[in-house]
Design a protein around this ligand. Structure first.
Ligand SMILES: [Zn+2]
Length: 426
């Protein structure tokens, strides 16, 4: 708990920014954004680069006005609301998140990080705080990855512009190309001037709902996120041979399904036996061919999604998975392919410390935690000092119309974000 540790006091500007966060304005803007794609069940349907998302972007740029503000857009359709600094040639401090949702998402998810950032800018205005660095509120394109694959397209293109070429060719389920919708989105925002991908950033801090149960269970109102866990994806293929279900004796089969099912059972037991509460292992897909009720299956593929905050644990688990598969083939043959690997992300101590100091100033009970989900901050952490701030999710529910967070927690998070941005941009 942060209460037991002392942190350097925040600047007067940061304290003033925190004091000027307007909770009613924040909740009002959050509900207004949720009305774009809002559903009767409380959920939001606002997939990336749809007409609905474009309307929400138009609404967002109308929320800031005056000589301090300008709007910018890049080749991935990432949108930036920029508040000028007194030394405007310096790289910006950035905050933000995404406003796209799953086909049916909740009203908060990334939208909370965007609205909390917007409220923080308005609080700086209300407090009369001038910052040395400009501050930019980023609305990253296609974080969810549900309409166009892969996810976090905008933030990954921002830090690695070469990745955009492949993304432009990505198509949705109707065959519409990302590039077409990118162009339509840029055209719908004529106020926004074009900026290049890969610009330097002074620091990045992203507020987000936790989307998990840890903060609620521990009684913490705010979570100081120290990193994002690593992930490895595998596909295991087991090959046997087809045989007649009625005529082939059990000891004379090369049964790919029974062999694969035993492997899945042993891999699951291995994961549980490690007793590591931070380990996540999921077999999310299991497909057998030819898939006939009266034929022994000759080919099975199954997938494993493996996650942990420490790369050494991921490597040790991968070794055990490979051993279990190699030992369990019986009369079949099997192979393990690693489809994807992302090392754990460690956030920057200097930003984590400032988040913790602002949390301490707010007086809210807090904990440190590692994010179980990927976020745009994961990519930003590759190019600038980065951290995140979580608020609790009711029941850990997300990507669901029932997703919710107490208003007092949403307000507390925005207050901390305002303090952090003022401190980082001094
Ligand atoms: Zn999100």
């Amino acid at each position: 708990m942060s209460a037991t540790t002392t942190f350097p006091p925040l600047s007067e500007d940061a304290s003033q920014a925190m004091a000027h966060v307007d909770g009613r304005r924040l909740i009002g803007m959050q509900r207004a954004l949720a009305s774009f794609g809002g559903r009767a069940d409380g959920g939001v349907a606002r997939e990336a680069l749809t007409a609905t998302e474009r309307e929400a972007r138009r609404w967002l740029i109308q929320q800031v006005a005056g000589p301090r503000y300008s709007w910018h857009i890049d080749a991935a359709a990432n949108l930036f609301l920029r508040r000028a600094g007194t030394d405007d040639s310096l790289p910006p401090v950035m905050t933000g998140s995404h406003i796209d949702t799953q086909p049916v998402g909740g009203w908060l998810d990334g939208a909370y990080g965007v609205i909390a950032g917007l409220e923080a800018l308005l609080a700086l205005d209300a407090a009369g705080v001038e910052t040395r660095h400009p501050i930019e509120l980023a609305i990253w394109t296609n974080e969810e990855g549900s309409r166009f694959s892969p996810g976090a397209m905008g933030s990954s293109a921002f830090v690695e512009p070469a990745s955009l070429a492949a993304s432009l060719l990505s198509t949705d389920a109707e065959g519409v190309r990302f590039e077409i919708e990118r162009d339509a989105t840029v055209a719908a925002l004529p106020e926004a001037s074009t900026v290049p991908l890969g610009r330097p950033v002074q620091a990045y801090v992203e507020a987000h709902i936790e989307q998990g149960p840890i903060l609620e269970a521990s009684g913490c109102r705010l979570g100081v996120v120290t990193g994002i866990q690593g992930v490895r994806w595998f596909e295991i293929t087991v090959r046997g041979s087809c045989a007649h279900a009625g005529t082939t004796p059990l000891d004379n089969r090369r049964d790919a399904l029974m062999t694969a099912a035993t492997m899945v059972g042993r891999i699951g037991e291995m994961a549980v036996s490690l007793g590591d509460p931070a380990l996540r292992l999921t077999v999310g897909r299991f497909e057998a061919a030819p898939g006939a009720i009266n034929t022994v299956a000759d080919r099975v593929t199954f997938t494993i999604d493996l996650r942990h905050p420490e790369d050494a644990v991921l490597a040790a688990c991968e070794r055990r998975i490979r051993e279990i598969v190699a030992e369990g083939t019986g009369a079949c043959v099997a192979e393990v392919a690693r489809l994807m690997q992302r090392a754990p992300t460690a956030f920057a101590d200097e930003v984590v410390t400032i988040v913790e100091a602002a949390v301490a100033t707010s007086g809210e009970p807090s904990c440190r935690l590692v994010s179980g989900a990927f976020h745009d901050a994961m990519h930003l952490a590759d190019v600038c000092p980065t951290a995140m701030l979580f608020v609790p999710s009711h029941g850990g529910i997300s990507h669901n119309a029932a997703e919710d967070t107490d208003e007092t927690d949403l307000i507390a998070g925005a207050r901390v974000l305002a303090g952090v941005l003022a401190e980082l941009s001094r």
